[in-house]
Design a protein around this ligand. Structure first.
Ligand code: HEM
Length: 127
């Protein structure tokens, strides 16, 4: 059981990252920010759920880290702020009009891209 919780947290974290950042990237590249009618309403519960779960699992992951090298906390701080941006923007975009939706989700796609790079770096720092 004790080994299962960190694994479950990792699964949840990565799946939620896929929902949030994948949604933003798909919107930017495939839909050019133009969501078909009703999309925002259907996606909103997923965005809210993924936002809450990625925060909880991320906090858990963070609290599990002991004895990390110096740059870890600085890089984590930047990642955390970008992550709040992605979560807020994806949730808000679900109810925005289409021009604003396009702008918001392009920003989330860029932040999400940077977050994945920073997360990979954090992982290599904490091994
Ligand atoms: C859109 C938001 C986010 C994305 C796309 C994201 C993405 C990722 C990815 C891809 C990993 C690497 C997974 C692995 O190798 O196991 C990771 C790890 C991690 N994430 Fe996130 N994350 C997000 C939000 C958050 C938040 C809000 C927190 C903190 C509250 C957080 C804390 C962490 C921690 C502590 C790790 C482990 C890093 C390490 O191995 O040292 N993440 N995240």
């Amino acid at each position: 059981m004790n080994e299962f919780i960190p694994l479950a947290s990792r699964w949840i974290h990565i799946l939620c990252a896929m929902i949030l950042v994948g949604g933003a990237l798909f919107s930017h590249f495939a839909l050019r920010g133009q969501w078909p009618p009703g999309t925002g309403l259907r996606f909103r519960p997923w965005a809210l759920g993924a936002g809450a779960a990625i925060l909880a699992s991320g906090l858990y992951n963070f609290l599990q880290k002991t004895a990390v090298p110096k740059p870890y906390h600085m890089v984590f701080g930047i990642k955390f702020l970008l992550a709040l941006h992605v979560i807020a923007v994806v949730v808000l975009a679900c109810r925005a009009d289409s021009a604003k939706q396009s702008r918001l989700l392009t920003g989330a796609a860029v932040s999400g891209f940077v977050i994945v790079l920073l997360s990979g770096y954090l992982r290599s720092l904490s091994q």
